[in-house]
Design a binder for this molecule. Structure first.
Ligand code: SF4
Length: 347
């Protein structure tokens, strides 16, 4: 590279430290069966949750090492009070070129305008079904209308990009592929179908419940006609994108059957400051302790740099080699350490 200083830190597989998911709370107001199917959970202690200033300081340190993309997640991130304040703090760093939010949408109508005013440009809303009765049964939430209102509000306030995420589970919503695509198209949104994953709290996962990327493409092709892969996208993006004959575009995140670990530039910071180098990693790196015990930016940079340069995680690819695939953790394994939960790791 000439003319500019490349500060990007790379891991042992030459993958850059570039993209982060920052969880701002482990709490959620839904109980999706692929994420939080149990009756009770162990929550992170409140005094261990990072303040906005602590999150923003870590984000600056990460940006110094090459991170340019942040996505705020939870749990449900809109359960964290005053989230626009954090958006403003993060937007103040010009090195963060892309700041996005993933939400289940229930509270989005209430907060969309304030988030937009604070500088948030991109929003992804989880929408697994267009049927309220299905959401009640599958996610134990009666608030389907609020989710739709949230999507409408996001469209109305004019985020630059609106995406919808649908986790596809056989026997639950795999008959809605076509309808979900039509809904997204009508709301100026791009849909991402996500394969059902065996990670975190997915204690009811079974391989026969997974609808693979190939099966989704076959079904959609049968309905719409030839589907064309889109080339030239960001090589680190988790979704492969496709277009229908009418030009409608959509993505599929094939984490279970065709993982993309080779290009993974993503890590996750939990709400209590544990940094996970892979969604499947057994342990995180504690950044809260040094942060709160007075570590300098240089010391934090050193911890992060040495961890990333030693990274060789390929969690989803490793799972492909497991012959009798079952949920990664049984319930008691999740209770023993809530950091194993998807809703704590930020999905
Ligand atoms: S399993 Fe780990 S290495 Fe693979 S894409 Fe997911 S976070 Fe990245």
């Amino acid at each position: 590279m000439t003319g500019s200083r490349d500060t990007t830190v790379r891991d042992r597989l030459h993958r850059p430290l570039q993209s982060m998911r920052i969880s701002v709370t482990d709490r959620c107001n839904m109980r999706c069966r692929y994420c939080m199917p149990e009756a009770e959970y162990v929550w992170l202690p409140r005094d261990q949750i990072l303040t906005f200033e602590e999150i923003a300081r870590l984000a600056r340190v990460f940006a110094e090492l090459g991170v340019t993309k942040l996505r705020l997640t939870g749990g449900e991130p809109l359960l964290r009070h005053e989230l626009p304040t954090l958006v403003r703090l993060l937007r103040a760093d010009e090195r963060i070129r892309d700041l996005a939010l993933t939400t289940n949408g229930i509270l989005l109508a209430r907060h969309a305008a304030a988030l937009r005013d604070a500088g948030l440009r991109r929003v992804t809303v989880s929408l697994d079904t267009l049927r309220a009765d299905r959401m009640q049964g599958f996610a134990r939430s009666p608030r389907h209308a609020d989710v739709l209102a949230g999507i409408g509000a996001a469209q109305a306030v004019g985020f630059e990009r609106l995406k919808l995420n649908s986790v596809i589970v056989r026997g639950y919503n795999d008959d809605e592929l076509v309808d979900l695509l039509a809904f997204a198209h009508d709301h100026d949104a791009e849909l991402r179908f996500i394969e059902y994953m065996d990670v975190g709290g997915a204690t009811q996962w079974a391989i026969d419940r997974v609808v693979s990327q190939q099966e989704m493409l076959d079904r959609l092709g049968h309905h719409f006609g030839a589907i064309t892969p889109i080339t030239g996208d960001d090589p680190h993006a988790p979704a492969e994108r496709f277009s229908l004959p009418d030009g409608t575009t959509f993505g599929i995140v094939a984490s279970t059957t065709a993982p993309f670990c080779a290009a993974c530039d993503r890590s996750r910071l939990t709400a209590d400051g544990q940094w996970f180098l892979c969604l499947y990693a057994g342990r995180g790196i504690d950044l809260r302790e040094p942060l709160r015990s007075g570590a300098s930016d240089a010391e934090l940079t050193g911890i992060i740099r040495s961890a990333w340069t030693a990274r060789d995680d390929r969690g989803a690819e490793d799972r492909l080699r497991v012959s009798e695939r079952a949920p990664l953790y049984p319930v008691d394994g999740l209770r023993a350490d809530p950091h194993r939960e998807m809703h704590t790791r930020g999905g």
